[in-house]
Design a protein around this ligand. Structure first.
Ligand SMILES: Nc1ncnc2c1ncn2[C@@H]1O[C@H](COP(=O)(O)OP(=O)(O)OP(=O)(O)O)[C@@H](O)[C@H]1O
Length: 309
């Protein structure tokens, strides 16, 4: 856990990481650092290289080039040493089907030489399932057990690979709360997710990977601010020829006007001024920065255009 001064090194330090499967480069010169108490989200399309990056940080693969340090150690050489301090929850869970939930938790804490922690099940709302065999749990309950076990060890680093698919909204919220509790207690969390709302909700920093490379990095606000903001409205009465000059690009679809702009405030001001002068009603007016979804869509369409060219 975090000391009052904090360690001098990041909890996870990835520099120039390159991973290959034969001749295929799955991760290409990737660098990022995650500090204690920080949640870092690794986003990307299918096959972007997220799992390969995480597996390398867990010491399951060796890099073709670059370095990975977890708690200042090489995870491939110090896996056993790090196992007590680093937790991972993955897309596949490998529990003994015949044990009950409570027995599984007990076995887990024994393995980690920890005192029994039955309250760990409360944190993921599984206490009422304590006596059920793991084999009888639903898919979502298994994911919650996976998270409960990881959290019970109070890890210094947690790799959470897609922790919420298949969870109902309440369980998803509870998982988010638990991840927040862990970071508040000083755990460095590396989250891989396809849910952009999850990243926007939880992450201090995000990196978007595309075909092995990090193509965007920063806080969610920084990543979205680098893309065009959007203003939409249904002006009434609406004569497109009467619009004031704007810096952004306008598009009209039926009675809806959309403006994509890098000058959100200035263009909004011009539109409000125009509406006040001309008596136009700006129905359903919405204005805001790009969302992570829109950033993804833009990256995707830029990629499609490059492929076509
Ligand atoms: N064992 C392997 N042998 C060959 N290629 C592999 C192997 N494992 C992964 N790959 C390829 O490496 C690339 C990166 O895979 P990876 O699983 O890291 O992506 P990901 O971002 O986690 O994807 P997803 O979001 O679909 O889980 C993909 O193109 C994948 O097909």
């Amino acid at each position: 856990m975090t000391t009052t001064t904090g360690p001098a090194f990041p909890a996870v330090d990835v520099r120039g990481l390159t991973c290959r499967y034969g001749a295929f480069t799955a991760v290409d010169d990737v660098s990022f650092a995650v500090h204690p108490g920080e949640l870092f989200a690794l986003l990307g399309t299918n096959g972007a290289g997220k799992t390969t990056t995480v597996e390398t940080a867990l010491g399951l693969r060796r890099p073709a080039a670059g370095t990975v340090a977890v708690l200042d150690r090489d995870p491939a050489r110090h896996r056993r040493d790090l196992a007590r301090r680093v937790a991972a929850i993955g897309q596949e869970t490998g529990f003994a089907e015949g044990l009950t939930v409570a027995e599984t938790l007990r076995l887990w804490t024994d393995l980690h030489r920890l005192p029994p922690r039955p309250a760990a099940l409360d944190r993921v709302d599984l206490a009422h399932r304590a006596d059920l065999r793991v084999g009888d749990l639903s898919g979502g309950e298994r994911r919650r057990l996976d998270l409960a076990l990881a959290a019970a060890t109070e890890p210094e680093v947690l790799f959470a690979d897609e922790p919420t698919p298949g969870l109902d909204p309440a369980s998803r919220r509870r998982t988010w709360d638990l991840l927040r509790d862990l970071t508040a207690a000083g755990t460095a969390v590396v989250l891989t997710t396809h849910y952009l709302d999850e990243a926007a909700e939880l992450a201090d920093h995000v990196a978007i990977m595309d075909r092995g490379r990090i193509v965007r990095f920063g806080t969610v606000a920084e990543v979205t601010a680098a893309h065009e903001a959007r203003i939409t409205m249904r002006p009434e009465p609406f004569d497109p020829l009467d619009l004031p000059p704007l810096e952004g690009r306008t598009a009209i679809d039926g009675d809806t006007l959309t403006v994509r702009t890098t000058a959100l405030q200035a263009d909004l001001h011009r539109l409000l001024d125009w509406a006040a002068r001309t008596g136009v009603d700006l129905g359903d007016l919405k204005a805001g920065p790009a969302t992570l979804d829109e950033v993804f869509a833009e990256l995707e369409s830029a990629r499609t255009e490059r492929t076509r060219a």
